[in-house]
Design a protein. Structure first.
Lengths: 362, 545, 487
C-alpha cells in the first residue's frame, strides 16, 4: 500500500512538473511577452524597446532557465540597471542590497512570485480566493451529494419502475443543462426585479421590493446568506448532480440484482431493511469514486458560476489571470488546479481500495 | 467648497470681454463660465459679471459620518503622472488632492489653490496656495511642493507621463524637462508659471486626474506605497479587481470638510448587467456611471438619476498608416456610408446627440456649426469602386465591452448596407489596449475635455503620442497652433471651423455621437451627481441627515 | 401592423385544450403522489377461478391513467399547433407558435418521413432499428434529428439573415412586426429582436447549423485520435501503454477552462500554436484509414495499393491544405511552404483553434475508454483464434476488436457530441468563440445574458435549444445503451 501511494505521488509530481512547464511555455510565448511588456510598460514601445524591457525585467533568458528560476532550482536573475545603477532581481525587494537577498526564490522555496496586474505577491492573493471558492464548493457538495445519492438510490431501488423512469429522466435533463444555461434561467426566474416570480411576490406584498434571491453573489464574500448564495450553489449542484445520480442508480440497480439480495428477499426481509442494511453500502462504492472525480469537473463549474455571479474566488482569479496574461498568478492557479485534480484522483483510488473488500493491492 | 472661491480674482479684462459676448448672445452661459473661471475668476465673480446671482450648483451639506459603497473598477495604482484611467484618480483623490477642480457646471474652483490669475494674454499664471494645508505626515504644504510637481509633470523622460502633454509650452522640447524660468517660486504660498506662448489649456490640465499633487520628496512614487497626501482619508485595503477601502484618517487634521467615515470602492467587472445585479442585491450605493438600457432600469428600481451632457464619444477611426485607409477616397466612402443617427440609436441607446465626424462638440465654447454631412450609400459604394477597393475586406476591431462593441457592430452593419465587406473582431481589454493606437480600423472611447482644442492637440496633431488615426496634416497643425493662442471665442471659432472642416474633408474618423453620461445613486446619497469627466471626490460625498 | 400573439387564431381553440391537459396532469400527479404516500399500490393481475385474468383497479391506477391521457391530450394539442401552423400559413392567423411551426415545415416532413420509414423497417435495421423499441431512445433520436434537419434546412427556415440588422427592432418582444418590410421579406421577428436588432429566431436556427457543423466533426476526429492510440496501448501494453496513458492523464489533469484560455487567445493564434497542434492531430485520421485498409487487404496488393494510396493522396492533400495557409504572412515559415495553387481551402485561425482545442480535450477520454475496452476484449477467444490464424496485430485490433467494441463506443459518441456542444457553449460564454458575430448558441447566450433581467427573450431560446439538443443526445445514448445491452 505504501509503495502504491509513493508511486502515485511520484507520478503526480511528474505530472505537475510537465503541466506547469506547458503553462509556462504557453504564457511565455513571444506574443504573450510582448503583450506583457506593452501593458506593464508603455503601449507604444518599439520592438527594440520591448526586447530591452523584457531583458531588464528578467524575461530575457532562455525559457528553461526561467522555468528553473520559477521552480527555485536555478538562482534568480540579478541585474544592475545600466542607467540608474540600481540592482534589480527576482529575489530582490525594492532597494534591497543584492548581497542580502536569497539566491533561490521559486516554488520550492515557497515563493509563488509576483502578480503583474494586481501589483502584489501572488501568495497574498491566492489564499483568500481559495478560501472563498472552498466555501462555494463546500455548499455545492453539501447540496449535490446527498440529493444525488437519494435520487440515485430511489431510482435504482426498483429498476424500470415509474419512479426510476421519472428520476432517471430528471438526472439526464440535469446533465444536459450546463451551468451557463441553468444560471441564466435561475436569474430570470428568481433574481430579476422585472420578470419571473420576484415582481409577483412584490405585488402580492410578500416581498418588500427588490428580488427574492440575489443575482450577484458578491455580498456572499463577506457573509454567506440563504438569499445571496442559493443561486450559485444550485447552479453548480444541478449540473453535477445528474451524473452522480446516474452512477448511483446503475450501481444500486446492479447490487439489487445480486444473489445475496435476492436471497434476503426470498427470506422475507422487509424491503426497506434490505435497501438500508444490505444494499446501500455496496452500492455506494462506485459513486464514491465518481464523487471524488467530480472535483476537477466542479472546477469548471466554479469558473463559470463565479464569473456569472461575480463571486471573486479562485475561478474568477483564474479567468482574470488568463485573460490578462498575469504569468505567475496563472502558474499558481494551475498548480492549485492540477493539485486538486491529482489529489482527488489519488483519493478516489485509495478510497476505492479501502471500501471494496474484493480489491487488494499488495 | 464655498470658502475656496473667496480669494479668486474679482475680475479680468478678458473675462469682461466674455461677459460682453455673453450679453450679446455670442457665448452661452456655460461657455462663459468655463472661460472666465479658467482665467482665475471665482464662479461667484463670474456670475456677477453677467448680472446673475451665483446660481452655481451649491453643494448640499451632508451629515457627518457613515459608510458609502461606490461601484467602480479597481486598477493597480501607480505614479499619478502616469495614470491612464479616471478610476485611478477617483480612488486616490481622498488621499492625494489636486490644485484645481473642474466642476459639473463647467466652472473651475481651487482645492489646494486658494486662487489663481492669468495675465491678459494668458502667458503668465500666478498660483496662490491655500494657507494652512498640511501633509498627513506633518509637513506643511508649500510652494516647493507645487514647483516640484510642475517640474515632475514636465519630465518627458518618464514612460507614460501624460502630464507632459498637458503642460504644453512649459516643456522645453530640447531637454525634455521644464523650461528654465518657467516655474518660479515667488514666496511660500505663491508660484508663477511663465509660458512662451499663450495657452488656455493649462488650468484644465491642472484639474485633470493625472495632476494629483504629491509630496515634494515622494514624486514619482505610488501613493498607495507610502500613504502620504493632503486628503482626509487613508487606505485600509486595496485589492486590484475586487475592492478598495478608505477610512477617514484620525491622525491628520484636514484643511476642509469631509463627511463620510468610510468609503468602499467595489469592483464588479466591466459588465453593466453585473452592476445592475449587484445593485438589486444591495451591494453598493452609487454607480461610477450607468450605461445603455440600464439607465432606465436603475431608475425603475428607485435609484436617483443624475446626468450630464458631455463631449465624450467613441471614435471609429481608420489608421492612415495602413492600406487601404491611406487612400482618402476609401475613408470618405466609409464616412459617407455610415448613418450616424442609427449608430447613436444602436450603440448608445439614443442617449446623446448625433456627431458630425469631427472631434469638437457643440458644448465646447469654440464649436463652429458646419453644414450637415451627407449619407449616401450608393455614392459611397461608387466612391469605393472608383478608388479601386470595391472588394476590400474591412476588419473592424473593438473592445469587448458594451459601448464600443455595439457602436462598432452598428457601424459595421451600416457599411454592409452600402455593399462593403466588413469583418468584426472583438478583443478582451487586456489584448485590445496594448495595441489600441495601431489597429488599422478600430474604435476608441474618448472622454470629455473642457475645451475643443484640447482633444485636437492630444489626438490629431501630427505625431503626438495618442494620434491613433496617424493623421498628419501641416495645415491642420498650424491652424491648431493659431487656435491655441486665441482667447476670443468668435475669433477662435473661425479657425475651428476650418479645423473641423479639414477633419471632415480628410475623413479622419467617424465621430458618431456625443454621449450623455449618467450616474445613479440610492436616495439619501448627497453630492453624488455625475461629473462630465467621471470624477468622484469623496470629500464632497455624504449621506443625508 | 399589430404584433403577433403567441397562439394566433389557433389559440382560442387549442389553448384551453393544452390548459386542461396541463391541469389534468398536475392534478392526477398530485393525487397519485398522495395516494402512494398513504400506502396504496397499483392494482395487480388476479387469476380468477375460471382461469381468466382480471385487473383489479385501484384509485392509483385511475390517476395513472389520467396522467397518461393528459400527456396524450397535450401531445395532440402541440401537434395541433404544428399542423395548424403549417395549414394556416400566414403568421397573422397562426400566431408566433404557428408561424414557427410553418417555417419548420421541411423539418416536420423530414422527421415524419424518417420515422415512418424507420419504424416500418425497424426489424431489418440492426441496432438502429432497435432504437425504435425504446420510447426514451425514440424521443432522444427525434430531438437530435430535429436539430440536424433544422441545421440542414437552416437557409429555408430562417426568416432573416443571422447578422441582418434592423435598428428599430432592437430588443423588441417576440412577434413584433417589422417597421417597413420590403417585398418578400418576412414581416415579423418571430422571437423578437436582440440588442442589435437582429432576429432571435433566425439566429437560433443558424446557431444550430454552427453548432452541428463543429461538434460532431470534432467528436469524430477525437474518436479517430483516441482509437488510433487506444488500440495499440491496450493491445500491446507495456512501455507504450505507460507512455501514452501518462500523456493522456496529463491532458486530463488540465482544467478545461484553463486550457481553453491558454489556447484560444489571439496571441496563441498569432504564434501559430493551433497550426502546430492541428499538424499533429490531423495526422491520425490518415494514419487510421491507411492502417485500416492496409491490415484488411494486405493479401490483395492491388486493392490495398489503391485504397491506401487513395487515402494518402486525398487525405494528404486535405491535410496539407488544412494546416497551411500560404497567404497569411504572420504564420511561421513551415505553414507557408505549401504552394497556393494546391491549397484547396483555408480555415480561419479562430475556427481552427476552437476545433483543435475541442479535439485535443476530448481525445484522451476516448483513448481511456478504448484502452479499457481493448484490455477487456483481448482476452476473448476470437482474438486468440485470430492470433493463432496468424493475423497481424493491426488486423486483430481494427477488424476483430474494434467492431466488437462498437456498442459502448457509439453510446459514448452520442454523449460526447453533447459534451462537445456544452464545451463550445462554454467557449462562447467566455467570449472565446468562433467569431464575435457568430450566431452559435454559447455566444448568443453570453450576449443575451447582459440584458437578461429586462429582456429575457434573446437569451432563453438559444439556452433552451442547447439544452434540448444535449438532452436529445443523452436520451439517444441512453436508449442505445439500453437496447444494446439487450443483445
Amino acid at each position: 500500500m505504501a509503495f502504491f501511494i509513493l508511486r502515485r505521488i511520484g507520478v503526480m509530481a511528474l505530472t505537475a512538473l510537465c503541466l506547469t512547464f506547458v503553462v509556462f511555455f504557453l504564457t511565455n510565448l513571444a506574443p504573450n511577452l510582448e503583450k506583457l511588456a506593452k501593458t506593464q510598460g508603455n503601449a507604444r514601445m518599439s520592438d527594440a524597446e520591448v526586447v530591452s524591457w523584457l531583458d531588464r525585467n528578467g524575461y530575457g533568458g532562455p525559457l528553461v532557465v526561467r522555468y528553473g528560476e520559477w521552480l527555485g532550482v536555478v538562482p534568480g536573475w540579478l541585474r544592475e540597471d545600466p542607467i540608474t545603477g540600481e540592482w534589480r532581481g527576482r529575489c530582490l525587494a525594492r532597494g534591497q542590497d543584492p548581497a542580502e537577498a536569497a539566491r533561490f526564490c521559486g516554488l520550492l522555496q515557497g515563493d509563488l512570485g509576483y502578480s503583474t496586474v494586481s501589483a502584489t505577491e501572488v501568495s497574498s492573493i491566492i489564499g483568500g480566493r481559495l478560501q472563498l471558492t472552498g466555501i462555494l464548493m463546500f455548499w455545492a457538495f453539501a447540496v449535490m451529494v446527498p440529493s444525488a445519492l437519494l435520487v440515485g438510490v430511489l431510482a435504482g431501488m426498483r429498476e424500470g419502475s415509474r419512479t426510476d423512469r421519472t428520476l432517471s429522466t430528471f438526472s439526464i435533463a440535469s446533465t444536459a443543462t450546463p451551468e451557463y444555461v441553468s444560471g441564466v434561467i435561475f436569474i430570470v426566474l428568481l433574481a430579476s426585479s422585472q420578470i419571473g416570480i420576484s415582481p409577483l411576490l412584490v405585488e402580492w406584498g410578500w416581498l418588500e421590493g427588490g428580488t427574492l434571491f440575489f443575482g450577484s453573489a458578491r455580498s456572499a464574500m463577506d457573509g454567506v446568506t440563504f438569499w445571496n448564495f442559493t443561486l450559485p450553489v444550485m447552479t453548480i449542484a444541478l449540473y453535477g448532480m445528474g451524473y452522480i445520480a446516474r452512477m448511483t442508480r446503475a450501481s444500486m440497480a446492479e447490487v439489487m440484482m445480486a444473489q445475496y439480495i435476492r436471497t434476503a428477499r426470498l427470506k422475507g426481509v422487509k424491503f426497506s431493511n434490505i435497501v438500508m442494511k444490505h444494499a446501500l453500502r455496496n452500492a455506494l462504492i462506485a459513486p464514491f469514486t465518481v464523487i471524488m472525480l467530480q472535483f476537477p469537473w466542479l472546477l469548471n463549474g466554479v469558473v463559470i458560476v463565479e464569473t456569472l455571479f461575480n463571486y471573486k474566488g479562485f475561478g474568477w482569479t483564474l479567468v482574470q489571470a488568463a485573460s490578462n496574461n498575469d504569468i505567475e498568478l496563472l502558474l499558481a492557479c494551475s498548480i492549485v488546479a492540477v493539485f486538486v485534480v491529482l489529489v482527488t484522483q489519488l483519493m478516489s483510488d485509495i478510497g476505492y481500495v479501502f471500501l471494496n473488500p474484493r480489491i487488494r493491492i499488495s | 467648497m464655498t470658502t475656496t472661491t473667496t480669494a479668486h480674482l474679482a475680475t479680468h479684462p478678458a473675462a469682461e470681454m466674455y461677459a460682453r459676448e455673453y450679453k450679446t448672445g455670442q457665448l452661452s452661459r456655460r461657455e462663459f463660465l468655463v472661460r472666465s473661471t479658467a482665467l482665475g475668476l471665482s464662479a461667484a465673480a463670474a456670475y456677477s459679471l453677467i448680472g446673475l446671482s451665483p446660481a452655481m450648483a451649491q453643494r448640499a451639506t451632508p451629515a457627518k459620518g457613515g459608510t458609502l459603497r461606490i461601484q467602480m473598477g479597481i486598477l493597480a495604482l501607480k505614479d499619478p503622472r502616469t495614470y491612464d484611467w479616471s478610476e485611478m484618480g477617483n480612488v486616490s483623490r481622498g488621499l492625494v488632492e489636486y490644485l484645481i477642480e473642474y466642476n459639473r457646471d463647467g466652472t473651475f474652483s481651487g482645492v489646494l489653490l486658494e486662487g489663481w490669475e492669468a495675465n491678459a494674454d494668458a502667458t503668465q499664471y500666478t498660483l496662490r496656495l491655500r494657507p494652512g494645508v498640511t501633509w498627513n505626515n506633518g509637513d506643511a504644504f508649500t510652494a516647493a511642493d507645487v514647483a516640484a510637481n510642475f517640474a515632475a509633470w514636465c519630465d518627458t523622460t518618464v514612460e507614460g507621463n501624460s502630464m507632459a502633454a498637458r503642460m504644453g509650452g512649459l516643456v522645453d522640447a530640447d531637454t525634455g524637462q521644464a523650461r528654465a524660468g518657467g516655474i518660479v517660486v515667488v514666496d511660500d504660498l505663491t508660484v508663477q508659471i511663465n509660458l512662451p506662448a499663450p495657452d488656455i489649456t493649462l488650468v484644465p490640465g491642472m484639474a485633470d486626474y493625472p495632476a494629483a499633487i504629491m509630496h515634494r520628496d515622494l514624486i514619482g512614487t505610488n501613493p498607495l506605497d507610502h500613504g502620504v497626501g493632503t486628503g482626509a482619508y487613508r487606505f485600509t485595503d486595496y485589492q486590484v479587481g475586487i475592492s478598495a477601502r478608505l477610512e477617514r484618517n484620525p491622525d491628520h487634521s484636514y484643511w476642509g470638510d469631509a463627511y463620510l467615515d468610510e468609503v468602499v470602492f467595489v469592483d464588479l467587472g466591466t459588465d453593466p448587467a453585473a452592476w445592475f445585479a449587484g445593485a438589486e442585491a444591495g451591494e453598493f450605493d452609487m454607480t461610477y456611471q450607468t450605461v445603455g438600457e440600464f439607465v432606465d432600469l436603475f431608475s425603475a428600481v428607485g435609484w436617483d438619476r443624475s446626468d450630464v451632457t458631455t463631449g465624450a464619444t467613441v471614435v471609429v477611426r481608420p489608421n492612415q498608416l495602413n492600406a487601404p485607409y491611406d487612400n482618402v477616397e476609401v475613408r470618405r466612402a466609409i464616412l459617407e456610408a455610415v448613418d450616424l443617427s442609427v449608430v447613436l440609436e444602436l450603440g448608445m441607446n439614443g442617449q446623446g446627440t448625433v456627431g458630425e465626424n469631427h472631434h469638437v462638440c457643440p458644448i465646447h465654447p469654440e464649436y463652429a456649426e458646419l453644414p450637415p454631412m451627407v449619407v449616401d450609400k450608393a455614392a459611397a459604394q461608387a466612391r469605393l469602386a472608383a478608388a479601386g477597393h470595391a472588394d476590400a475586406n474591412f476588419t473592424l476591431v473593438s473592445l469587448d465591452d458594451g459601448l464600443t462593441r455595439f457602436t462598432c457592430d452598428a457601424v459595421a452593419a451600416q457599411m454592409r448596407d452600402a455593399g462593403m465587406t466588413v469583418t468584426r473582431e472583438v478583443l478582451p481589454g487586456s489584448t485590445f489596449w496594448n495595441d489600441w493606437l495601431n489597429y488599422p480600423f478600430s474604435a476608441t472611447e474618448w472622454n470629455h475635455r473642457e475645451l475643443g482644442v484640447q482633444i485636437l492637440n492630444l489626438a490629431y496633431r501630427s505625431g503626438v503620442a495618442w494620434n491613433e488615426t496617424a493623421f498628419a496634416n501641416a495645415e491642420f497643425d498650424s491652424l491648431l497652433d493659431q487656435a491655441n493662442g486665441i482667447q476670443d471665442a468668435n475669433a477662435r471659432r473661425e479657425v475651428m471651423a476650418r479645423l473641423q472642416r479639414i477633419m471632415q474633408e480628410e475623413a479622419v474618423t467617424i465621430v458618431p455621437y456625443w454621449r450623455s453620461l449618467f450616474r445613479h445613486y440610492r436616495p439619501g446619497v448627497v453630492n453624488a451627481d455625475m461629473h462630465p469627466k467621471f470624477e468622484i471626490n469623496i470629500h464632497h460625498l455624504g449621506l443625508s441627515a | 401592423m399589430e404584433a403577433l400573439s403567441w397562439s394566433g387564431d389557433l389559440g382560442a381553440f387549442l389553448n384551453p385544450v393544452l390548459m386542461v391537459a396541463g391541469l389534468g396532469f398536475v392534478a392526477a400527479f398530485i393525487a397519485n403522489f398522495m395516494l402512494t404516500l398513504v400506502g396504496l399500490r397499483p392494482g395487480e393481475m388476479v387469476v380468477n377461478a375460471d382461469h381468466s385474468l382480471s385487473l383489479q383497479r385501484t384509485p392509483v391506477d385511475y390517476t395513472l391513467m389520467a396522467m397518461k391521457y393528459a400527456v396524450a391530450l397535450f401531445a395532440l394539442g402541440v401537434l395541433g399547433y404544428v399542423i395548424g401552423g403549417m395549414i394556416l400559413a400566414s403568421p397573422e392567423q397562426g400566431g408566433i407558435l404557428g408561424g414557427m411551426a410553418a417555417r419548420l415545415t421541411p423539418v416536420w416532413l423530414s422527421l415524419a418521413a424518417l420515422f415512418a420509414v424507420s419504424i416500418t423497417f425497424k426489424r431489418r435495421l440492426g441496432l438502429y432499428g432497435k432504437l425504435f423499441d425504446s420510447p426514451i431512445g425514440m424521443i432522444g433520436f427525434g430531438l437530435v434529428m430535429f436539430w440536424i434537419f433544422v441545421a440542414v434546412f437552416s437557409g429555408i427556415i430562417a426568416t432573416h439573415g443571422p447578422i441582418d440588422v434592423i435598428s428599430q427592432m432592437r430588443n423588441e418582444v417576440p412577434g413584433s412586426p417589422l417597421p417597413a418590410p420590403a417585398e418578400g421579406q418576412y414581416a415579423y421577428y418571430l422571437l423578437g429582436g436582440d440588442n442589435l436588432g437582429r432576429d432571435v429566431f433566425s439566429r437560433v436556427i443558424y446557431g444550430g447549423f454552427e453548432v452541428l457543423k463543429i461538434a460532431p466533426l470534432a467528436t469524430l476526429f477525437a474518436f479517430m485520435v483516441g482509437v488510433t492510440l487506444g488500440l495499440p496501448a491496450g493491445y500491446y501494453g507495456g512501455r507504450l501503454d505507460t507512455g501514452i496513458t501518462f500523456v493522456a492523464n496529463l491532458v486530463l489533469a488540465f482544467p478545461v477552462i484553463l486550457l481553453f484560455y491558454l489556447l484560444v487567445t489571439p496571441e496563441i493564434v498569432a504564434a501559430g500554436i493551433p497550426n502546430y497542434l492541428s499538424m499533429v492531430l490531423f495526422v491520425f485520421p490518415i494514419l487510421f484509414f491507411s492502417v485500416l485498409f492496409n491490415s484488411r487487404f494486405r493479401t490483395d496488393p492491388p486493392k490495398r495499393n489503391l485504397l491506401v494510396g487513395g487515402t494518402v493522396v486525398i487525405g494528404g492533400l486535405a491535410y496539407l491544405s488544412l494546416i497551411s495557409n500560404p497567404s497569411d504572412p504572420d504564420l511561421p515559415m513551415i505553414f507557408r511552404l505549401w504552394p497556393e495553387v494546391l491549397d484547396l481551402f483555408d480555415i480561419p485561425g479562430n475556427l481552427l483553434i476552437v476545433f483543435v482545442s475541442v479535439v485535443f480535450v476530448n481525445s484522451p477520454t476516448v483513448f481511456r475508454i478504448v484502452r479499457g475496452i481493448v484490455l477487456d476484449i483481448k482476452t476473448r477467444d476470437y482474438v486468440a483464434a485470430g492470433q493463432t490464424r496468424g493475423e497481424g496485430p493491426w488486423y486483430i485490433m481494427l477488424w476483430e476488436i474494434l467492431p466488437n467494441a462498437r456498442g459502448p463506443l457509439i453510446v459514448d459518441f452520442c454523449l460526447r457530441i453533447g459534451y462537445t456542444t456544452i464545451l463550445l457553449g462554454t467557449l462562447g460564454f467566455f467570449g472565446l468563440g468562433v467569431s464575435p458575430e457568430s450566431p452559435d448558441w454559447g455566444s448568443t447566450i453570453n450576449e443575451g445574458r447582459r440584458l437578461l433581467t429586462i429582456y429575457p427573450h434573446p437569451a432563453l431560446p438559444p439556452a433552451l435549444a442547447l439544452m434540448s439538443l444535449v438532452l436529445g443526445l443523452n436520451l439517444l445514448a441512453d436508449g442505445l445503451r439500453e437496447e444494446s445491452l439487450k443483445d
